[in-house]
Design a protein around this ligand. Structure first.
Ligand SMILES: Cc1cc2nc3c(=O)[nH]c(=O)nc-3n(C[C@H](O)[C@H](O)[C@H](O)COP(=O)(O)O)c2cc1C
Length: 183
């Protein structure tokens, strides 16, 4: 089964995006193997490459080892949150050792607002293109996180939402299969 490194762009315990990622994982069971990456990294500092922090080494290894990467990110002030961008920047360096190169990547995100991270995702896609990922253009999923989105077990409560996310998962599984291994 394809291994998917999952980057959730929020550190807080009750993160809506982490809950959302886990709900996607339930739909993806049997098709994609989700492996969550520790995103609680130091801020990017070029000087640290002399002796890189363990978590940075682990992040780079997780991306290198994965068949694909799923980024589940909030939107902060109509942009990409620092947590998400920081992980992307670490994985792109040192110069010439860009872990993103050739990786199939899908992006989604959840927010309580109606536009459901659309701006954040759009900006993220621009960055992912220049990092030479093979970013899935669609389907786009901008999830509005309402209090009844998930059931008590953390699965999507509505069969329609579950079906919609199933389509996203299926597209990503196919995308990984079609584009994986490029470098
Ligand atoms: C600094 C900050 C800026 C935010 N800006 C936006 C925004 O531009 N668009 C949006 O939809 N939500 C915005 N929000 C609300 C977040 O969507 C909300 O806090 C969400 O729960 C964050 O994701 P998380 O629960 O996974 O941490 C912002 C929140 C913070 C803390």
């Amino acid at each position: 089964m394809p291994k998917i490194a999952v980057l959730v762009g929020s550190l807080r315990r009750e993160s809506l995006n982490r809950q959302y990622a886990h709900a996607i994982e339930k739909i993806a069971a049997g098709r994609l193997d989700f492996r969550y990456v520790d995103m609680d990294l130091p801020l990017y500092n070029e000087d640290l490459w002399v002796s890189p922090p363990d978590k940075v080494v682990q992040l780079k290894a997780a991306i290198a080892d994965a068949d694909g990467v799923l980024i589940v990110t909030p939107e902060y002030n109509r942009s990409v949150p620092a947590v998400t961008k920081n992980a992307i920047d670490w994985a792109s360096r040192p110069y010439g050792q860009n872990a993103w190169k050739g990786k199939p990547v899908a992006v989604t995100g959840a927010s309580p607002g109606r536009q459901g991270t659309a701006v954040s995702q759009s900006q993220l896609r621009s960055t992912l293109v220049i990092l030479e990922t093979v970013v899935m253009g669609g389907p786009e999923v901008y999830m509005t996180f309402t209090k009844d989105l998930l059931d008590a077990g953390g699965a999507f409560a509505s069969p329609d939402t579950a079906k919609f996310i199933d389509g996203f998962v299926e597209s990503f599984a196919r995308w990984v299969q079609l584009t994986g291994g490029r470098s």
